[in-house]
Write a protein that binds this ligand. Structure first.
Ligand SMILES: [Zn+2]
Ligand SMILES: [Zn+2]
Length: 306
């Protein structure tokens, strides 16, 4: 697992790399423009080169771009959909230029309208954005399920992937807070295992390409998107340790989006690495217990012979 952090890109794209290095991150996530404005930042070849050069010298192994929050590819308003499309294309093109592992996108919101229609609209926008860019992946993020937000379940993510054409560039980003808030009990190793089995049966684990590590301030199934510091929410230290040590998450970029002072700091990244270690140790202990229990109990065959 490549544990890292969301970092600011202000002052220049390549500045984000330095901020990631300062935080001891193995993966970084950035916005490709100011998150509160539609106006895209006009990056040029020099910016991309500076970023690529900074990255080549850094111990950061993956970069993820988060599309800005204003986007709603599922909007009933044609103007909003058009703006969302333009912005998404821009994110994917920046991703093409800087070699990003993917652009993470909140699939959109049906607001008060019909969900199947909203999924169709979002799918059409996403499909077009892919056709207007070269190679960067697009990861649909699972949501907490607040209001009419799309992507609250694996079934809904699958419907979105299909509506978007099922291209190989399409993947999924799982957020630990959103999973829990939308009703997947990932607070134990068994719960997370069952959740990932479900994910595998629906969207397929080959679509799982990135992760967001946040604790949840609100309870299981609350459908509220309120991030807490890792270990300080309803998942708690144990639940977060489980998430950070999940074997099927190996090699995936996993970024923290929450910090004690808002954005995640070096301390927050270090704390996550510690939780991961704790999770790995408890998985090893559980495995050893399983083995010794098996060793002590006579197997079915020896019992039958007696
Ligand atoms: Zn997230
Ligand atoms: Zn969230």
């Amino acid at each position: 697992m490549l544990i890292g952090a969301h970092v600011s890109q202000s002052g220049g794209l390549e500045k984000a790399v330095g901020r990631g290095v300062e935080r001891g991150a193995q993966a970084i996530q950035i916005f490709n423009q100011s998150p509160r404005m539609w106006r895209p930042t006009a990056y040029g070849e020099d910016d991309f080169r500076a970023f690529r050069e900074a990255l080549a010298d850094a111990p950061i192994k993956a970069v993820v771009i988060h599309a800005v929050y204003l986007l709603n590819c599922a909007s009933e308003d044609r103007d909003i959909r058009e703006k969302s499309l333009r912005s998404l294309i821009q994110s994917l093109r920046v991703g093409d230029e800087i070699g990003a592992a993917g652009v993470v996108l909140h699939p959109g919101s049906a607001k008060k309208g019909e969900v199947p229609e909203a999924i169709k609209r979002a799918g059409a926008v996403i499909r077009e954005a892919l056709s207007e860019s070269e190679r960067c992946d697009l990861h649909l993020e699972d949501t907490a399920g607040a209001g009419g937000t799309l992507g609250r379940s694996f079934e809904e993510l699958l419907a979105l992937l299909q509506a978007a054409g099922g291209d190989g560039r399409l993947g999924v980003c799982l957020d630990s807070c959103h999973l829990y808030a939308s009703g997947y009990d990932i607070s134990t190793a068994e719960g997370l295992r069952e959740t990932l089995d479900q994910c595998d049966r629906t969207v397929g684990l080959e679509r799982l390409r990135s992760l967001h590590a946040n604790d949840s301030m609100t309870p299981l199934g609350s459908n509220r998107d309120r991030h807490a510091l890792m270990g300080q929410g309803k998942l708690g230290e144990r639940g977060c340790a489980v998430f950070l040590s999940e074997p099927r998450f190996e090699r995936l970029p996993c970024v923290l989006e929450t910090g004690a002072d808002g954005a995640p700091s070096a301390q927050d990244v270090a704390a996550a690495l510690k939780l991961r270690k704790r999770g790995l140790a408890s998985r090893r202990r559980a495995e050893a217990r399983r083995r010794s229990a098996k060793g002590r109990r006579p197997s079915a065959r020896t019992r039958a012979r007696r």
